[in-house]
Design a protein around this ligand. Sequence first.
Ligand code: NAI
Ligand code: MG
Length: 353
Amino acid sequence: MKKLAIATIPGDGIGKEVVPAATKVLEAAAEVHGGLSFEFTDFPYSCEYYLQHGVMIPNEGMKRLQNFDALFLGAVGNPEIVPDHVSLWGLLIKLRREFEQVINLRPAKLLPGIQSPLANPKDFDLMVVRENSEGEYSEVGGRMYRGNDEIAIQNSVFSRRGTERAMDYAFNLASKRKKHVTSATKSNGIFYAMPFWDEVFNDVAKGYPDIKSDSQHIDALASFFVTRPERFDVIVASNLFGDILTDIGAGIMGSVGVAPAANINVNGKYPSMFEPVHGSAPDIVGKGIANPLGQIWTAKMMLDYFEEEELGKLLLDVIEGTTESGMLTPDLGGNSSTEEVTDEIVRRLRERV
Ligand code: NAI
Ligand code: MG
């Protein structure tokens, strides 16, 4: 029996609604598998926790989380009681940074039965590998003078190690998919960092002779995400470019409520963290209508990470069967509840035993 210890952090708002929904699905998936079991341990880190303890997560909590096989997080943020920069930097970003989750993975795929904002979407299925630790999101730079003479300098930081690491991840991933990696570049405009990025990409690509590779400038690439997303397989991008591309990816899927994500630690020192793209959705909290699919698809990414790809594929099939059947939450134009969608997914999973 393969036993996986998962720390669940529902967080705030609808995180508390969709995390229990997705753990229910994971438990059913484990039953279908037969040789797999999950042990979930719930942690209360959230804005309410902050009000009681003055920190989003204590040092002791960081130490405990380190020992889990993975973290499964809902959403963080309740701006009515704690400012967003305090809650997000105090928990979400702290976990990503301190646990060296240097790769951010976000798929975009057309789900049947869901209205994409694209007029005639072809069957796209792509994965963005975003460098998650350096690049444009650095703390190197400064400001001087005030008033009309004010200057702000923000430096990008690209290390060979960090760049290669993201690219290797992308090529390895592509070898299990459609065997094509596209590099998001801008070497015609960004004088130092992007020619460097291109050189590293060409070097890394040589190590994967059976994977096709190409480079596209980020502006054109952003446009192709809208006009022909079906042409892509794996896209590797810097921190900023990846951030923007993945939001376009979530956009063309039809609702932020379905978009999943993973933050991967690649050195094995700390756990990886799986969390959907959406936030705590204060406008719909407590209504029982939060879309659980983003969290459930995130659970599928966690299965893939644990090399349970067959079960992951089955779970995605079941998600697609459910959307195709028209059982949808209101954000997708339906009138089903969180519970109804979750129970339908569990039912369809059990049918596959
Ligand atoms: P949001 O993603 O929470 O909500 C944006 C819109 O999408 C809302 O209308 C919401 O109802 C809808 N929505 C989101 N997820 C949904 C779901 N699963 N089902 C149905 N509808 C869904 O983003 P917003 O409103 O900008 O932020 C709210 C709070 O969440 C803030 O405190 C923000 O800082 C935090 N946040 C946290 C994130 C995280 O934990 N990764 C990511 C984004 C925001
Ligand atoms: Mg973003």
